[in-house]
Design a protein around this ligand. Structure first.
Ligand SMILES: [Fe+2]
Ligand SMILES: [Fe+2]
Ligand SMILES: [Fe+2]
Ligand SMILES: [Fe+2]
Length: 442
């Protein structure tokens, strides 16, 4: 049975106001929460931040609409703001910034992997795969600090559902902006799925950027602060990359419709998948609220542009955020694409051996790491705590780590403090030896 949100009743806007007790929900317990309940909560916060910000942009930039419609847009914006508070404040006060950070990167890895496998446009899919390997490496870098700073094992957060191992090294994620800009889809031929997929991941990346911007300074360790700064800058690139896939000629009414539809589709998926009965209640009521928003902006599209909303969003729901373990898919992309880079033409992707010596991103990377790359320092530091890096993966994947690093590292613009493959192998061997000695003592 198909679900066409335009045909559903939803909750009318004037019934959507809630009291403070309802807005500020009871947080989940960090020791008990399922990792994918947390990823849904993190993602929906990002979706709501985008939905809220868009309403303000709409009212700042769209002229000549009736006062009643302008008021409705601002009233919807206020509801998005309240939904955002509910979603974000499900986070318990005792969940540390680093724990939440591992949750953010788990969202990025498993969400992007799902989207890549459910993306009809090949070029957009390739872009998802490309971004995926960068967030995958962020999860690995932050996991080192989580262990060193707070004695957290990655499995405490990702619960064994997402591998933690080196990806495309973070020091190589810094690019010339011109190269990050992608080709955009044609709004008249792109499928609603493509549009919703992009807006979903874009909202997640934007919120990841904002979270690092607002929390990275909360640690005293200077290397960790620099690592947050470095990765935040990559998230800024991810926002640039994903937003550039969107056809800029979409009208603001079209965009308003797509924003509400994206919210509907994401809450619909959350509701289908959620096992926490308390949190599920929020997904259910928020889905109905979003249907109310969707109907209002659909009416505006008909009124101001004489267009049928179904021409833009189709007549059925899309599943943009089915969180589940994506280890096999991610490993496949990791092994085959860790050496990919943004092609010099600024539109496609190339393997490193095809990148010319005057590639514009080299300059950016050399300047950024002229003292050192923080994301490499963290691997140097973890050696003093654990003999080697913190990795969580199958033995099969672990055995490929040094090869992955070799394949991911560039020859040019490599920070002087980089942990090179030989050094990593030495760390792994030493750790192994120490483990065996420990066994003997016991
Ligand atoms: Fe919303
Ligand atoms: Fe990331
Ligand atoms: Fe990202
Ligand atoms: Fe909404």
């Amino acid at each position: 049975m198909t679900f066409n949100p335009l045909k559903e009743k939803g909750i009318p806007l004037d019934k959507q106001q809630r009291n403070w007790h309802q807005i500020v929900a009871k947080p989940y317990k960090k020791q008990k929460v399922d990792c994918y309940t947390r990823t849904r909560q993190i993602l929906m916060n990002g979706i709501e931040v985008e939905a809220w910000g868009f309403k303000h942009q709409f009212n700042r930039f769209v002229p000549n609409i009736d006062l009643e419609d302008k008021e409705n847009i601002s009233r919807i914006g206020r509801i998005e703001n309240q939904q955002q508070m509910t979603c974000n404040w499900l986070t318990p006060a005792d969940q540390s910034v680093l724990e939440t950070t591992l949750g953010y990167e788990q969202v990025a890895v498993d969400l992007t992997a799902w989207l890549a496998q459910n993306e009809p446009d090949k070029y957009v899919k390739e872009t998802f795969d490309f971004g995926l390997l960068e967030d995958f490496d962020h999860l690995y870098r932050y996991s080192q600090f989580a262990y060193m700073t707070e004695s957290i094992e990655p499995s405490d957060i990702v619960q064994g559902k997402t591998d933690v191992i080196v990806g495309r090294p973070t020091q190589h994620h810094h690019n010339c902006n011109g190269l990050r800009l992608r080709n955009y889809y044609d709004k008249n031929t792109a499928s609603p799925q493509t549009k919703v997929n992009i807006l979903t991941v874009l909202s997640g990346e934007q919120q990841t950027h904002n979270f690092y911007a607002e929390h990275g300074f909360m640690y005293g360790d200077h290397v960790l602060r620099e690592t947050y700064a470095e990765i935040k800058d990559v998230e800024e690139e991810h926002v640039t990359m994903y937003e550039s896939l969107i056809d800029p000629s979409e009208t603001m009414f079209e965009k308003a419709l797509l924003h509400e539809f994206t919210e509907v589709c994401n809450y619909y998926t959350c509701l289908e998948d959620e096992e926490d009965e308390e949190i599920k209640k929020y997904w259910e009521i928020f889905l109905d609220m979003e249907i109310g928003h969707l109907k209002l902006v659909a009416d505006m599209l008909k009124k101001y542009e004489k267009r049928d909303p179904e021409e833009i969003i189709g007549n059925e729901i899309i599943i943009p955020c089915r969180f589940k373990s994506q280890k096999a898919y991610v490993q496949k992309v990791l092994e085959s694409e860790v050496n990919k880079r943004l092609a010099p033409d600024g539109k496609y992707y190339d393997s490193m051996d095809k990148i010319p010596a005057d590639w514009a991103s080299y300059k950016i990377q050399e300047k950024a790491a002229e003292i050192s790359a923080p994301s490499e320092n963290c691997i140097k530091l973890i050696e003093h705590y654990y003999d080697r890096d913190i990795v969580e993966a199958s033995e099969n994947l672990k055995n490929k780590e040094v090869t992955l690093l070799k394949n991911g590292l560039q020859d040019i613009a490599v920070a002087h403090n980089t942990v090179m493959p030989d050094k990593l192998q030495e760390m792994i061997d030493y750790h192994e030896k120490r483990e065996q000695e420990k066994e003997k003592i016991i």
